[in-house]
Design a protein around this ligand. Structure first.
Ligand SMILES: Cc1ncc(COP(=O)(O)O)c(C=O)c1O
Length: 409
């Protein structure tokens, strides 16, 4: 049943006509993309990185009361390493994996320890490798951070509308940052062609024809976040998880980790994206990936992607229960509400991309038809994934009128 709900020019939603029934097992086809073993390996490595600590899962009881649901939970990735987003887990892990393989090849196949790599034991091998990618900010920051931490070279491509603050944050980790014309998808193609010309390795968060192993490492790295949620909630899964999507790698990782852990009790996956870059919603309706072109102009910088990642789509296309596309107004309201909570809930610093789950929930409060479509009722326990904090402090201040430190004071 493909019910599209067109609420106004800034809000659209649809059920996923291809949603897998709750009882469907995760299955071997999906495990070819993301697997329990892949999540286990990433968790083992990342837990050993300096500064690793699980991010908080915040309870928002006052908000739950206002929304007429049983619980709202918020996984706060603003506290993820120094990078303030879950993205720290993916790009940097993929950089580690490719160095690990290069070192093993150099060392007759002997296993490599992350402690040795961090201590610089393989510095000469690492220095010969250059990693590159396109980014709208957070992924490039993770790749640059990983390259600096593990000792290889790094060149990052950003597109026309990536903010100066985001550029500077990547450069801080020692990467060469190059701005190229066009949108995010154009910069992905540019990074790929530069890598081919120079003998570099692309560490992308999105897959494309002939390229999927490294982005799969990225998605397994993201799984650390979901594993922390699973450890926290144990045998009480939420009924819904709202996940924001750019290329869909994050959504795929969350969907796979929860499906593997909770089986037929997994939460309903609601995929939320900007209306200007609603490639998931359109692809679901078409039954196959559909590209959205143009400037993809949205304040939700991390989600300004017009093309789904094909490997991620192999999971999201069946795992999602519904898709919501909304405009910036909803995201801005959500950032401000987190900064000014009512009824005693904790103050949360969430960037424009991080607050998208709450944005969809606020839209469902305004529009009963959306609430019904998302199957939200008084018993719902809703998990929001706060995928970033103030990753661009200037933009954050322009939205809330205060810096993160002032908001938290
Ligand atoms: C903070 C944040 N949240 C969510 C996403 C979406 O991730 P994906 O592109 O894998 O869908 C991004 C992507 O850059 C991001 O930066």
């Amino acid at each position: 049943m493909n019910v599209e709900l067109l609420i106004d020019s800034g809000l659209r939603a649809c059920r996923n006509p291809a949603a897998a029934p709750a009882a469907e097992p995760y299955g071997s086809a999906r495990a070819q993309v993301l697997s329990q073993a892949g999540f286990d390996a990433a968790e083992r490595e990342i837990r050993q990185w300096p500064g690793y600590r699980a991010t908080p899962l915040r309870r928002l009881p006052a908000l739950a009361r206002q929304l007429g649901v049983a619980a709202v939970l918020y996984k706060d990735e603003g506290a993820r390493f120094a990078l303030k987003s879950f993205k720290a887990l993916g790009g940097a892990y993929a950089v580690y994996r490719l160095l690990e393989q290069a070192i093993m090849a150099h060392n007759g196949g002997q296993p490599v320890s992350v402690a040795d790599v961090l201590a610089g034991r393989w510095r000469d091998v690492a220095r010969q490798i250059t990693v590159t990618c396109a980014t709208d900010g957070n992924h490039g920051r993770s790749v640059a951070w990983g390259a600096q931490m593990f000792g290889c070279r790094c060149v990052i491509y950003i597109h026309a509308t990536v903010s100066e603050g985001r550029r500077a944050a990547i450069a801080r980790y020692g990467a060469e940052v190059v701005r190229v014309p066009g949108n995010y998808d154009d910069s992905v193609r540019h990074a790929d062609s530069q890598a081919k010309a120079n003998g570099w390795t692309v560490v992308s968060d999105t897959t494309y024809a002939g390229y999927r192993d490294i982005p799969i490492d990225v998605m397994h790295g993201y799984g650390v976040m979901s594993r922390e949620v699973i450890a926290d909630l144990g045998d009480t899964p939420p009924t819904h998880v709202f996940v924001q999507a750019g290329v869909g790698a994050f959504a795929a990782s969350v969907a796979a980790a929860f499906w593997l852990a909770w089986g037929n009790r997994r939460p309903r996956l609601v995929v939320v994206e900007p209306i200007e870059a609603d490639c998931h919603l359109r692809s679901a309706q078409a039954g196959a990936p559909v590209a959205v072109t143009g400037a993809l102009d949205t304040i939700m910088a991390g989600l300004a992607c017009g093309e789904v990642s094909p490997a991620a789509w192999e999971i999201v296309s069946g795992a999602a229960r519904a898709f919501v596309a909304l405009d910036d107004r909803y995201a801005l309201d959500a950032v401000r509400l987190f900064a000014n909570p009512q009824g005693g809930d904790p103050v949360i610093v969430s960037g424009e991309t991080g607050a998208v789950g709450l944005a969809a929930l606020l839209a469902a409060r305004e529009h009963e038809a959306l609430r019904t479509l998302l199957e939200i009722d008084a018993a719902s326990r809703i998990l929001l994934l706060g995928s970033e904090g103030d990753t661009d402090p200037d933009i954050y201040k322009s939205i809330t009128g205060r810096s993160a430190a002032e908001v938290l004071a």
